[in-house]
Design a protein. Structure first.
Length: 514
């Protein structure tokens, strides 16, 4: 594998960095309310219907207006992508890789510009937004270098009478449907993986965060991406989502989002439509109900810090977030009390202010869902921290801890996707692992322990795609911790890993008689 280094995070304790980010925020604010077109076959298309992107920390503030596609425009986008595929698939992998390395360099130079936009459009605190942009850069560079590793295929044994070659070729038109919670990193990563592999893409960005995607598409154009290779198509899932998935010229769907939408896409993609001559491929990451297990041999402070950081980073709006803490009874009260202390120390407010640890949740629908789960938690367990909320200006919810829950409680089973962590006790480590595995998901998990036997038992029996020892269960690093989960967490596609690009290609074996 090619040598690879990670994009460094910004140190905002350095005054110059802080001033630079404040300047980027001012620039982003100067562009509030702008109108953004669709991009189909390289052409700007203004639609009458619009998606309004709202600042979740300030509901009265419109970040921008984005044209909204209907089925007729969706049909045009697929046709343009299909046409562009005929030439893009023949572009040398080295040329494609260079284009995305160049894109990464442009983003690196304008890093704060992208991060500042996420503070306004997604409600991300400075550090979370900075990490999102850094991960986007990492994805672009990693996938570009992976393509260089894969471009010559795999050596095959020859014979005295034949030359044998095994190569990878692209699939065709892909529909990329990214989430709002990592509006740059996952959107860019899933898009670039498809493109660098030689496919063309119709990108349907999340309706909560379409403007960061528009900025990225503009950057790709600046880097030299040919017309029609990437088509920017915001729109309602109910209007164009099924249409794009069902289309006979769609070759694959790359989706990140909820379990319900993911399973619907998986089911619809299985149907063969008139004119379709392939079985569609689905790459899906669909969420989790992630657990940190703490045993009696754990470092208590490390355990508490790991739980709080993993549960409340970006207001718990990560599929990898610590939604459950399962703690052995020997240290249950000690860990819980320290988590309560740390939770009380967190500040909640507008993420424009870097002093705030947490910002808002993404929108009113999420606010209602999360606060509803808090009420359920009060009935099922004991509210020991947080629980309050305020949506008068933005969608703010205090970080919340619910203790003394039974393993089968709704709050221990259902994905909340907000700043709520559930505590349950276990008598033995074996019981703790059983509780950790008792959901329909299998994305991330962590074990805080200094007991080697327990760690090795977890390595074998903790059934998640990403397992961490003595650290939190969020913040997978591209190229180091390939990300994807088991069961209803998706297809275990392992984004940022050595196999990921292969999901966007098919193998072709060629033998020549000599």
């Amino acid at each position: 594998m090619s040598e690879y280094t990670h994009e460094s995070l910004t140190d905002f304790s350095i005054e110059a960095n802080k001033r630079a980010f404040e300047s980027a925020l001012q620039k982003a604010r100067a562009e509030l309310g702008k109108d953004y077109p669709l991009i189909i076959g390289g052409k700007r298309v203004m639609a009458a219907d619009k998606i309004t992107s709202i600042n979740p920390a300030n509901k009265m503030e419109t970040v921008g207006l984005v044209s909204k596609a209907d089925q007729e425009l969706a049909e045009q986008a697929i046709r343009e992508a299909d046409l562009a595929f005929q030439s893009w698939r023949k572009v040398k992998p080295e040329v494609r890789a260079d284009l995305f390395l160049r894109t990464a360099a442009i983003v690196r130079r304008r890093k704060h510009e992208f991060s500042a936009l996420m503070v306004l459009e997604a409600g991300k605190p400075w550090k979370e937004a900075d990490a999102d942009t850094a991960e986007a850069i990492d994805f672009m560079e990693y996938y570009a270098r992976q393509m260089l590793d894969l471009k010559d295929g795999v050596p095959m044994h020859g014979t005295l009478w034949e030359i044998n070659r095994y190569q990878y070729i692209p699939l065709g038109v892909g529909i990329v449907i990214p989430p709002w919670n990592f509006p740059f990193a996952i959107m860019a990563g899933t898009t670039v993986a498809a493109l660098v592999s030689g496919n063309t893409v119709v990108l349907k960005p999340a309706s909560n965060t379409p403007i960061i995607a528009a900025k990225f598409v503009q950057t790709l154009e600046e880097a030299g991406l040919p017309k029609g290779v990437l088509n920017y198509l915001p729109g309602s899932g109910s209007v164009i989502g099924d249409f794009l998935v069902d289309h006979p010229r769609t070759r694959f769907v790359s989706f990140t989002g909820s379990r319900d939408v993911g399973t619907r896409i998986y089911e619809r993609a299985a149907k063969v439509h008139d004119g379709q001559i392939w079985l569609k491929r689905v790459i899906a990451e669909m969420g989790g109900k992630d657990t940190i297990v703490v045993d009696k041999d754990a470092d208590i402070e490390l355990a508490a810090q790991s739980i709080v950081h993993s549960a409340f980073g970006f207001s718990g709006q990560k599929c990898s977030a610590c939604s459950r803490a399962v703690v052995l009874e020997d240290v249950y009260d000690e860990v819980l009390n320290r988590v309560i202390q740390l939770t009380h120390e967190l500040t909640v407010g507008d993420p424009v202010n870097p002093a705030n640890d947490m910002g808002p949740v993404i929108d009113g629908q999420a606010f209602a869902k999360i606060t509803g789960y808090i009420e359920i938690g009060k009935e099922e367990g004991k509210l020991v921290a947080g629980g309050s909320s305020d949506h008068s200006k933005g969608y703010f919810i205090r970080p919340t801890v619910i203790a003394d829950l039974k393993p089968d409680a709704r709050l221990m089973q259902e994905e909340v996707f907000g700043p709520v962590v559930s505590f349950a006790g276990a008598k033995t480590f074996e019981e703790a692992l059983e509780i950790a595995n008792n959901t329909q998901y299998g994305l991330t998990g962590a074990v805080i322990s200094n007991n080697r036997e327990h760690l090795e038992a977890a390595r074998e029996d903790f059934h998640v795609g990403n397992l961490y020892f003595n650290r939190g269960c969020t913040a997978a690093i591209v190229g180091s911790q390939p990300f994807g989960g088991f069961n209803m967490s998706g297809t275990d596609s392992k984004a940022g890993g050595p196999d990921y690009l292969l999901l966007h290609m098919q193998a072709k074996s060629v033998s020549e008689a000599i």
